[in-house]
Ligand binder design. Structure first.
Ligand SMILES: [Zn+2]
Ligand SMILES: [Zn+2]
Ligand SMILES: [Zn+2]
Length: 548
């Protein structure tokens, strides 16, 4: 290959050997980090391990007030895992992110297309780190921030203030290193994500199906990744069972594991987080088994939704403008300077002054009944669906319990079961815990594939709302309430806890059995008895707050 991409690819193959198990992530939810991959690589391992720790340890007192209009509060990850929060002008931020996310030696038109995309992404995703007291982090989770170059500063200046707008607001945009020849619709990657007309699944001849990749993964590494994602059992065989409309792997069957299937995206993320992102670069792959080696051969790099960074550099080389590139990857979106569309209070300042961070109505609506979701990299596309589910669960439970909804619900999904166990001090089979008033949950993929996502969220929200009312009672009262109001395990695919028929005269579980369970089975047993004890008193006519 004559492209710079091929050169880098061979360089990173060497690095892969040197940095075993590192998290090599040039294809996070938004970004490709094509230029930054090498600098990034060594830092990423620690950063990844520390990420959830940081999120938990953010000190609310140190939160800065909302950023000034036209600036972004960026959380720069420190070596010790905390964030240094710095407010920087939006246009400086754009020039620095373009340096972090663009392909090397990109033509100006490609950098300008990326600058508009990066600016739009920043404006549309300000809520992402609300739980942590800033707007966007400097990692692949949000957008990678590097030192700006003269070329990226020119790209920011040439597109000053320009955004991709949908219905007059910054659009939901994504980008990845390479779509591999066919862009994805969002729902192909994140189940339940709204499919938007300007994020189509369609053929892209610009990236010429690069990169083409071929990797082997040892069975024990694959199992290690699956176990870290919350899967149990031993892997006898793995088969692709279906494809998405754009030809990516939709689902795989995992013979011998529990749950016994996984989506292509969840597999890529599980392997990326645990073994390294250099293995399964996209879900556009073929899979063959040779003894205890799994061979993945594929195209592209990243989720493939929205702008294809490699494709955009090729289009710029063919003479296309930034507007033409954006029209191809985001068909139907208007490129406009929002500050012109909505004049600011001082007419003379209007041209230069962007709007506030978020629409004023939304900003004012949030202080009460606030739901804040924290998701690890690659799960961000699930945000809107998860947020909606949590709000619905909270409101339903508030009605069922006849309690006001909590003023703030913070829900943190962990990247791996190890992260969950370390940050909560609970075993993986507990699924969820409340620590410091915040809900901590197992990886999204596990809860979803087990069919217990909704029930687990509801269970913890009941604790959040009802535990103070039930203070001083035995643990079975609080657990019984949580299990009872969370609802029956009705969702198909719940194989984690087979239905347990307790002896009607069985004793209520002790605090120890519930709070320090020795195994998944012991906990399931204790839960079932707690529910029975709780339900018995309700059936006898007691109000839930009077159960004791
Ligand atoms: Zn982030
Ligand atoms: Zn492409
Ligand atoms: Zn509980």
């Amino acid at each position: 290959m004559k492209s710079g991409f091929g050169v880098r690819r061979s360089a990173f193959a060497v690095l892969v050997l040197l940095v075993l198990g590192s998290r090599f992530s040039w294809f996070s939810v938004p970004g490709s980090t094509v230029a930054a991959e090498n600098q990034n690589q060594n830092q990423n391992q620690n950063q990844n391990q520390n990420q959830n720790q940081n999120l938990k340890n953010q000190n609310p007192e140190r939160r800065t007030p909302n950023a000034e209009p036209g600036s972004v509060r960026v959380g720069f990850l420190r070596a010790d895992g905390s964030y240094a929060i710095t407010e920087i002008p939006l246009e400086t931020y754009v020039a620095r992110v373009v340096a972090g996310e663009a392909a090397r030696d990109s033509r100006p038109a490609a950098l300008e297309a990326l600058a508009i995309t990066v600016r739009t992404f920043a404006r549309a995703n300000r809520a992402r780190h609300r739980a942590d007291g800033f707007d966007l982090c400097d990692q692949t989770h949000c957008q990678v921030v590097r030192a700006a170059t003269a070329a990226t500063e020119r790209a920011a200046a040439a597109t000053d203030g320009q955004l991709l707008l949908h219905g007059g607001a910054p659009a939901t945009v994504y980008y990845s290193a390479s779509c591999g020849g066919h862009t994805s619709a969002p729902s192909e990657v994140w189940p339940g994500h709204e499919d938007l007309p300007y994020l189509p699944s369609k053929r892209d001849d610009a990236c010429e199906r690069t990169p083409e990749w071929d990797v082997e993964l040892r069975a024990n590494d694959l199992v290690r990744a699956l176990r870290a994602a919350g899967f149990r059992g031993s892997l006898h065989a793995i088969h692709v069972t279906s494809h998405t409309p754009s030809g990516r792997v939709a689902r795989l069957r995992l013979d011998g594991m529990d749950p016994d299937q996984i989506s292509g995206q969840d597999l890529r993320v599980a392997v990326g987080r645990t073994v390294g992102w250099q293995y399964i670069k996209s879900t556009d792959f073929d899979l063959r088994t040779h003894g205890d080696l799994y061979r993945f051969s594929g195209h592209g790099s990243g989720h493939g939704v929205g702008l294809c960074v490699i494709g955009s550099t090729r289009l710029a080389e063919r003479g296309q403008s930034a507007a033409q590139i954006l029209a191809r990857y985001f068909p139907g979106l208007a490129i406009a300077n929002e500050s012109v569309r909505t004049p600011a209070a001082t007419p003379t300042a209007a041209a230069r002054r962007p709007l506030p961070a978020s629409p004023p109505t939304a900003a004012r609506a949030t202080p009460s009944n606030d739901v804040v979701v924290s998701l690890p990299d690659e799960d961000e596309g699930d945000r809107s669906v998860i947020h909606r589910e949590i709000v619905r669960a909270r409101d339903e439970l508030a009605r069922a319990l006849r309690l006001p909804p909590p003023s703030r619900v913070v829900v943190r999904f962990h990247a791996t079961t190890d992260d969950y166990e370390r940050d909560t001090g609970r075993a993986w089979f507990t699924s969820g815990a409340i620590i410091g008033g915040e809900l901590h949950l197992l990886p999204l993929a596990t809860l979803r594939d087990r069919g217990v996502l909704e029930r687990t969220v509801r269970h913890e929200i009941v604790h959040l709302m009802a535990d103070s009312t039930l203070a001083g009672r035995p643990a079975w009262v609080k657990e019984g309430a949580a299990i009872y109001f969370a609802g029956a395990p009705s969702i198909a695919g719940d194989v984690q806890r087979p239905p347990f028929k307790p002896d009607p005269r069985a004793s209520c579980p002790t605090d120890n059995e519930l709070l320090r369970p020795v195994s998944a089975g012991a906990l399931a047993n204790a839960y079932a008895r707690a529910r029975t004890c709780f339900a018995k008193q309700l059936a006898a006519g007691k109000a839930w707050r009077d159960v004791r």
